[in-house]
Design a protein around this ligand. Structure first.
Ligand SMILES: [Zn+2]
Length: 132
């Protein structure tokens, strides 16, 4: 069973409902209750962290929290932007060190960073403009 399938499992559906009830069917980040942001808003139960070899329903209550999809999306975008920023800084420092042309290893590193940046940008584009 992959992760997506696990989220359809009865055990997760029950666990998710418990957390939604505990959180009063309210987003714990922005406080909205539901459908405030339009018909696309649904409350999600989010894992604050991930543990190896643990099924989604086996997490303790403190690891799970109710967030609306708008907050979830904002947080995802923020994380990608932070990651992108860090990659840009790394790439710039390589560039400034002027090693790009002289060392094969550095060149490979530079290209790797550029690939990672392109991938993240694509991911961001998909989140912002929908999957196409
Ligand atoms: Zn929210």
């Amino acid at each position: 069973m992959n992760y997506k399938e696990k989220l359809k499992d009865q055990r997760w559906i029950i666990r998710r409902e418990e957390i939604l009830q505990r959180d009063n069917y309210t987003c714990r980040r922005c406080g909205c209750e539901d459908e405030i942001h339009g018909k696309f808003l649904i409350l999600n139960v989010r894992h604050k962290y991930y543990m190896p070899n643990t099924d989604p329903w086996d997490y303790p209550g403190e690891a799970l929290i109710t967030w609306c999809s708008k907050c979830h999306r904002e947080e995802t975008i923020l994380k990608i932007l932070q990651e992108l920023n860090s990659l840009f800084v790394q790439r710039m420092s390589l560039y400034k060190a002027n090693l790009v042309a002289t060392s094969k290893r550095t060149k490979a590193e530079y290209n790797q960073l550029s690939n990672d940046i392109a991938k993240l940008r694509e991911k961001l584009r998909k989140i912002e403009y929908g999957k196409k």
